[in-house]
Design a protein around this ligand. Structure first.
Ligand code: HEC
Ligand code: HEC
Length: 352
């Protein structure tokens, strides 16, 4: 049994050397240059509650215009983001994706919701900590969904399928089931199912030596050598920390708006690199179009030089293929209980 397989069993394998063993053919086996730990599994989720949350998440009944849903800006087609530099809320129509236009333009890029259950702080500036409480923010924002929770609840109570689903999910009757707490809980619970622990990297640290090819392994080693894992720390490849990466202007104070401290000006939370391949464009203002450009910017910040073509290819291979897992993405419903049309993506051109 290899070190990684043993590590999988015991949770942590204290491996610091790049090369710790040889396989049967005598080829050196590359190991992650960090202590290996499995991505934690999702907190225990009630599947009936999460499935109700899925319908609410895709249902434009949550919006003033009856066309916008959470999924407009957090779509499984875009890695639970929206493919836009900055998101566009109510009044932008039913089409989602990078061709969406409208007046309700936000100032920040929609973060992925993948592995959001494993995060202690939410939003680019970390101003929220609870998924249940977070639900108020997009609802009450005039440039997101623009509808109060009370208005939404009143409408849901007129839809027999929602009444029945809340009653089944929460084992109570009427308003004892369909109320604000349970509405928040259902949407939070759906988000807790979004754990991407089946990437090629996860298979590799689980003992499958062949899961990563040589280029991806080289990228994995470079991620540590170039200092990236200081912030994009495994196994989540993010961190509860805020840094100024020289992106964007002075309009957005970032973390400083929460702490009031000058030294936090333009500092933003370290985003995860898991499933980042799907969430272009990048950074808090979406100002960098491709993953390769984002990586090049970060390498330049860390080393003061541009990455070589070989380094860029390897890093993009590890992040863009090794850290991707869409297996638990939500099933987009064709119809939702309100009968309103589900937002659709009009623009994604799937990559090979
Ligand atoms: C109009 C686009 C839009 C809609 C609609 C929208 N969001 Fe968001 N969401 C965003 C943007 C942009 C941010 C980042 C805002 C910030 O950091 O200040 C965000 C942040 C979040 C976060 C924090 C994620 C993180 O990693 O920090 C969660 C959770 C979230 N949204 C869930 C939801 C849910 C649930 C709904 C529906 C009730 C919803 N969003 C509707 C655009 C949207
Ligand atoms: C000191 C902490 C730190 C280090 C070291 C670091 N990053 Fe980052 N990284 C961040 C922060 C913070 C952001 C978001 C900044 C923003 O949006 O303003 C970010 C953003 C990114 C993004 C864009 C992700 C997205 O979803 O928008 C990529 C890709 C990335 N980093 C890759 C790397 C690579 C590769 C390295 C190593 C060469 C690296 N980073 C080193 C903190 C760091």
């Amino acid at each position: 049994m290899g070190c990684a397989a043993t590590g999988w069993l015991f949770g942590v394998c204290a491996l610091v050397a790049l090369v710790c063993a040889c396989d049967d053919a005598g080829t050196p086996v590359v190991r992650p240059p960090w202590e290996v730990a499995a991505l934690p599994e999702a907190p225990v989720v009630d599947p009936v509650v999460a499935d109700l949350g899925r319908l609410l998440f895709y249902d434009p009944v949550l919006s003033r215009d009856g066309e916008t849903a959470c999924a407009t800006c957090h779509s499984e087609i875009w890695g639970m983001s929206d493919g836009l530099p900055v998101s566009i809320g109510v009044g932008g129509g039913r089409l989602t994706g990078p061709g969406r236009s409208g007046e309700a333009v936000m100032t920040r890029n929609a973060p992925t919701l993948w592995n959001v259950a494993l995060r202690a702080s939410l939003f680019w500036d970390g101003r929220e900590t609870s998924l249940e409480r977070q639900v108020s923010a997009p609802l009450h924002s005039p440039i997101e969904l623009d509808k109060s929770i009370d208005e939404v609840l009143a409408e849901l109570r007129t839809i027999p399928e929602y009444v029945a689903r809340f009653e089944a999910a929460f084992g109570a009757v009427g308003d004892e089931a369909l109320n604000e707490d349970n509405f928040r809980r259902a949407i939070a619970e759906l988000q807790r199912t979004l754990i991407s622990s089946r990437s090629l990297y996860d298979a590799f640290v689980g003992g499958d030596e062949r899961a990563l090819d040589e280029t991806m392994k080289r990228g994995m080693v470079l991620l540590a050598e170039l200092g990236c894992t200081r912030c994009h720390a495994p196994p989540t490849f993010d961190r509860e920390a805020f840094h100024d990466r020289g992106i964007g202007g002075d309009d957005d104070l970032g973390r400083a708006a929460v702490t009031g401290r000058d030294e936090d000006a333009r500092a933003f939370r370290v985003p995860t690199l898991r499933n980042a391949r799907l969430t272009e464009p990048y950074f808090h203002d979406g100002s960098v179009a491709t993953l390769e450009e984002a990586i090049a910017h970060e390498v330049w910040l860390e080393t003061g030089r541009a990455p070589s073509a070989e380094e860029l290819t390897a890093l993009a291979a590890f992040i863009g293929r090794g850290l991707v897992d869409r297996s638990r993405e939500p099933d987009r419903p064709e119809v939702v209980p309100s009968g309103l049309p589900v937002p659709i993506d009009g623009f994604r051109v799937l990559r090979p």
